[in-house]
Design a protein around this ligand. Structure first.
Ligand code: CTP
Length: 386
């Protein structure tokens, strides 16, 4: 538990105590400014733990303190997190023990910003929060409320009981997904017309990348296939091109019967040119006709192989029509379908509805793709533990 120099630092003490009572071990690491708000003595007395705040303190162990702390923990939570800490976390400054621990820890991370609304609205801060979120940090957003100077606005740290709930639901998600074998696809397909041109679509792959990050942080055992994307894909992602390639590779994986879930976020082409032209089609021809033939529906074709694997599909529609998405869920024999609309394509946000087999909308929202990914993965983790 990283505590930084905010008037709300006292809430971290109460939160630590609540976490302790729930059976978690809390190791406090304070910044120098946090020491002005809370004392190590109060934390040690309440938590029965050594409190860390000095990166130069004497260390008998050969391993540096920040490395040891990062190794000893399962999760890093910075509560409350000041403007200064968030900036350092985002750009990679490591000039005190807490920021060193934060950067050393290859662990799930939670950051709970807390500051005056004027600072919270600051564009630099919002960019840094987005950056942290993109790196897979789970942000506990502040709420509207009264500040220390009695002004009202968004920037207030949630109450300890609320913070506990969010942290525990995050821990639950991690525990449920640890070691689960998940197949994920994202990106867009390309169907070749000739050696130069392709039929494709406008999917960016961003939603899939967000799912990839959340699943990875949560410790899922991932196998990922991606079509073309608007960004460079992580090194462990396997690149595929056409719908038929997706079908072939996914079949090859599902047949093993090892997977807990397949999350089909890829935007696959429903049609491909019947014949691929060799070389480059020149414009000096009188007429050009490209005949298309239908691609197989990959999810439908996989459904006989699914066995214990839960199938999660997406439905891209012009309107957020639950009936239409549910029909796709039934036709493709899915366990869950995530309905989203065409304004989602290439955008950083997604308007989504998660629909289950009983036609219930089990979650919905219009959020950044990273925030939506946390919510979608949470529902998938619940499905996998049923
Ligand atoms: N999908 C698939 N095989 C295809 C096309 C789509 O498995 N040939 C998958 C997508 O990855 C997605 C789901 O099916 O998870 C729904 O895709 P969507 O494009 O919304 O619907 P389609 O079934 O292609 O129907 P339509 O294009 O008519 O809306």
């Amino acid at each position: 538990m990283g505590i930084t120099g905010s008037i709300a630092a006292f809430k971290a003490i109460e939160l630590s105590r609540l976490l302790l009572k729930r059976g978690h071990r809390v190791i406090p690491v304070l910044t120098q400014s946090a020491l002005k708000f809370v004392t190590p003595l109060s934390l040690t007395s309440l938590l029965n733990e050594k409190v860390y705040y000095d990166m130069f303190e004497e260390n008998e162990n050969k391993t540096p303190i920040h490395i040891r702390l990062a190794r000893e923990c399962d999760l890093v939570a910075i509560i409350p997190a000041t403007f200064n800490f968030i900036t350092k976390a985002s750009v990679g400054l490591a000039d005190d023990l807490l920021s060193l621990v934060f950067h050393s820890a290859n662990l799930p991370k939670i950051v709970a910003p807390c500051m005056h609304p004027t600072l919270y609205q600051n564009e630099i801060l919002q960019n840094h929060l987005l950056n942290l979120e993109r790196m897979g940090v789970f942000i506990i957003e502040p709420v509207e409320g009264e500040m220390s100077d009695l002004t009202v606005g968004k920037g207030r740290l949630k109450e300890p009981v609320e913070l506990l709930k969010e942290i525990e639901s995050y821990i639950e998600l991690i525990n449920r997904l640890k070691g689960k074998k998940i197949l994920l696809t994202f990106g867009r397909t390309e169907e070749e017309i000739d050696d130069v041109r392709v039929i494709t679509n406008r999917s960016s792959g961003k939603m899939g990348l967000s799912l990839y990050k959340v699943l990875k942080i949560a410790g899922a055992n991932l196998k990922v296939f991606a079509g073309k994307t608007d960004f460079e894909i992580p090194p462990d992602v396997i690149r595929l091109n056409s719908t038929l390639e997706f079908l072939e590779n996914l079949k090859g994986e599902l047949i093993k019967g090892e997977y807990d879930a397949l999350i089909m976020c890829a935007a696959l082409s429903d049609f491909r040119p019947k014949k691929k032209f060799e070389g480059k089609i020149k414009k000096n021809r009188r007429k050009l006709k490209i005949e298309l033939e239908e691609n197989p529906d990959v999810l439908k074709s996989l459904s006989s192989l699914k066995k214990k694997t839960k199938l999660i599909g997406f439905a891209l529609e012009e309107k957020p029509d639950v009936e239409v998405a549910y029909k796709k869920l039934r036709e493709k024999n899915l366990d869950v379908i995530i309905l989203n609309t065409i304004k989602t394509i290439s955008s950083d946000n997604i308007d989504f509805k998660i629909i289950n087999k009983n036609k219930e909308v089990i979650d919905e929202g219009e959020l950044s793709k990273m925030k939506a990914a946390f919510r979608i993965v949470k529902k998938i983790s619940e499905l996998l533990s049923q």
